[in-house]
Structures are given as C-alpha cells and as structure tokens.
Design a protein around this ligand. Structure first.
Ligand code: ZN
Length: 422
C-alpha cells in the first residue's frame, strides 16, 4: 500500500526577524514582461537560489561582522580559518531560495530601471504574501531585509541573519524578502578546498546539477495580487505617481465599476473619488452600544443603577442589569470593544462575486485598450452598474476634481511628473 504524506510546514520565524509595523503595507514587485507572463500563466512564484543574484555578497556575512570572529587576517592560521568560514557560508547559502518585493513608499525610476525595465509592477500587501507563503509545503520565511551590519555585531553566527542582511548601498530597495530553505545534503560542503588542500573564500565549482537554480511554488494569485483594492493604497498610488492616466476597477457585493482618472483634465482623481466613510459622533455610538442615555455618558465615574436599566431600550436591559454597580466608563469601554469586534467580523466577510470581479476587470481592460488606441471614452470619471440589473441600467457618474483634494495643487504635481520625465 502506498502512503502519501503531505505536510504543511507553514511559515517559520527566525532570529532578528523584522516585519513592518503595518502588515497591510503595500508591497510591489517589479518584473519584466516575460516574467509577468510567466507568473500569470503559471501562478507560480519563482524563488532564485541565493548565490545567483547580481550582488555577489548576497547571503554572506558582511565584512564589518567578520571582525567579531576575533581572527587576524595577517595570521596564517587565522586567515585559513576565516576563509574556511566564508567558503562554508557561501555553500550554506546555496540552500536558500529568495523571492524579492519592494516595501512601497514611492515609485522610483531606479527600481524600474534595475528590476522592471519595460515591465510591470505587481502589487500586493505584506500580509497577503505572508499568507501565500504559509500555504507552501516548504520551510518558508518572510521579513524585511536589514541594511548594514550594526544589528549583527557581537551576535552569534547565524545563517538567517546573513540571508536577511544586505550592504547599506542597497537600502533604497526596501526589500521584503520571502525565502525558502531547501538545503541539499548531497551538494558537498568542501568545494572551497582545492587539490592542494588550500582553502578559498568561495566554492571552486558550482553545486551539482540536481541542486536547482530556482524553485517554483504555486500560490493563489487571485488572493495575492489585490491590485489597488483598498482606499489607502489607491491614495498612495495616486499621490506617488500622478500618471497620465489611472484606470481603476471596483466591486461591491453586486456593484461593478470602472473609473478613469486622466491628468490634467478636470476629472476627479482617485483621492477625490475614494473617501473613507465619515465616522458617527462618539457619544451616539457609545449610547447605541450600551443603552445608556447621552446625559449619563457625561458622568463617567458614576455607577450604573436600576434607573439606568429601566431607561435603556429593551434589548440592552438584560446586559445593563448585570452591570449594576459598575462605573459608566468601564461599561462604555467594554461595549465599544465588543461593537468594534463585531463590526470587524462583519467587515471580514466581503463576498467577492467572481462574475462581478471578472466583469469589472473586463471593463478596466477595455478602457486601457481604448486609451492605448486613442479612442474616445465616456468616463468622467466612472461608470457603475448593479449586476442584478445589468449594464443597460448602468449609471455614468461624472465628478470634477474636489476643491479640498490635493490634486488641486497642480504646480506641485506637474513638478513631480516632470521629475519622472512625464
Ligand atoms: Zn483629487
């Protein structure tokens, strides 16, 4: 009888792991068209073996750190031991496979040149990448790369510190690094010794052919690539890029929308269009959550009484009765925490109806095509329809730039665009 054992290892932590404070932070990956087509066609992320990156020091201990080994470079024996360290580490790094992203702050020409020449940027978030890696049946890790060697000085040798540290000159890359550890026990570990038993800082031969140059791992792309699917990221993109045109697709449960935001026309930008919902006054929400009147909320130190219970709406009475004798402020605090968590749970359930998402994507691509071909468009900036009624009942929703939006500061924006060569 054959047995198939399939274990999901899940993501692991490592020493000095650094993560962004906001795990919803946007991350970008700049890739050329060939890699983009490959990604879309296969849904596979490519993890490149760490010794094959253009940075020859990738995954090796930084030079400043070597001093902490306490070895003297001019002492023959010390030098031999140092080279042995380096040579061994260079072979250990062949067990790491890396997939790089950029923690988004702004679009930089340098990143495009280096990584996305004639290519595209795909957008996700730290949390989504982490979740995607969590489903891979390997030893998978994620974290921010640290630049410079300060955090390692005086600490013990650790391969994970090496693979997540780069020299300070790479700091602009703000790299989010997903990586797998797939060491090969038969790769040989003494390839840094030559025939005369002299030791070298790098292996003299590549690992045997069965040690792959890269690994591909299937991920759920639809879950990983969210485009600009939240208000903050939309704002960030508009603020950072101010491109000639942004075409955005949006969906609700059954609502489907495309919008088009050209520069410099007097048409609402993404920031004008996507506004955070305004909050309700705090005392109103507190009153709803507790059943206490607004007057009672003004006396936070006073205690809940029988009279409070009688005055409360029926559905709140039982809960309030169990709080008799407690201070108003503590009851408010508890009820608000509960309300927020309930809202969060509801928010967590956002059915993405495949038809709707698919149709929205079609509209976005149609608009993109129209733009590239120089055809006319009706969007100023958006068209929206309810999928239950159909596009024939759709609405054109014209909207000019909002007076309070930063898109009114045209001179500044033109300056930003000029810097980018637009
Ligand atoms: Zn605007």
């Amino acid at each position: 009888m054959k047995q198939l054992v399939f274990s999901i290892v899940g993501i692991e932590t490592y020493p000095d792991q650094l993560e962004p404070a906001n795990q919803d932070a946007a991350i970008w990956r700049f890739i050329n068209m060939a890699k983009f087509r490959d990604l879309m066609g296969t849904s596979e992320l490519y993890f490149c073996r760490a010794d094959l990156f253009p940075d020859e020091r990738e995954g090796l201990p930084p030079e400043q750190y070597l001093a902490t080994f306490g070895l003297h470079p001019l002492d023959v024996n010390d030098r031999r031991e140092l080279l042995n360290h380096l040579g061994s580490d260079a072979q250990f790094r062949e067990g790491f496979y890396v997939n790089c992203w950029y923690l988004f702050r702004e679009e930089t020409l340098q990143m495009w040149k280096e990584y996305g020449n004639e290519g595209v940027a795909i957008i996700s978030s730290y949390q989504l990448l982490k979740s995607a890696l969590n489903t891979i049946p390997d030893r998978a890790y994620i974290g921010l790369v640290r630049y410079g060697a300060k955090h390692m000085i005086g600490k013990r040798v650790n391969l994970f510190r090496y693979i997540t540290t780069k020299r300070i000159k790479y700091a602009h890359e703000r790299e989010v690094r997903g990586f797998l550890l797939i060491p090969d026990p038969h790769a040989g570990i003494n390839r840094h010794y030559d025939a005369d038993n002299r030791v070298h800082p790098l292996p003299l031969t590549p690992p045997p052919p069965h040690v792959l140059k890269g690994h591909r791992r299937k991920v759920d792309l639809q879950a990983l690539l969210n485009g600009l699917d939240n208000i903050d990221v939309r704002h960030e993109v508009q603020r950072a890029l101010w491109p000639d045109i942004v075409i955005d697709g949006a969906i609700g449960d059954f609502m489907c929308q495309v919008s088009r935001h050209p520069w410099p026309d007097d048409i609402a930008c993404l920031i004008c269009l996507f506004q955070r919902p305004a909050g309700r006054p705090a005392e109103e929400m507190q009153s709803d959550a507790t059943g206490l009147s607004k007057d009672r909320l003004l006396e936070p130190e006073s205690l809940i009484t029988e009279a409070d219970v009688d005055a409360a709406p029926r559905e709140k009475q039982q809960e309030l009765r169990s709080r008799i004798g407690q201070a108003v402020c503590s009851v408010v605090q508890e009820a608000m925490a509960q309300t927020i968590s309930l809202e969060q749970q509801e928010k967590g359930f956002e059915p993405s109806v495949p038809f709707v998402a698919c149709f929205s994507a079609c509209m976005v691509l149609t608009e993109a095509l129209a733009y590239l071909c120089g055809w006319d468009t009706k969007l100023e900036p958006r068209f929206q329809f309810d999928f239950l009624r159909g596009p024939a009942f759709g609405l054109e929703l014209p909207q000019a730039r909002s007076e309070n939006c930063i898109c009114g500061r045209r001179k500044n924006i033109d300056r930003i665009r000029a810097k980018r060569g637009l």
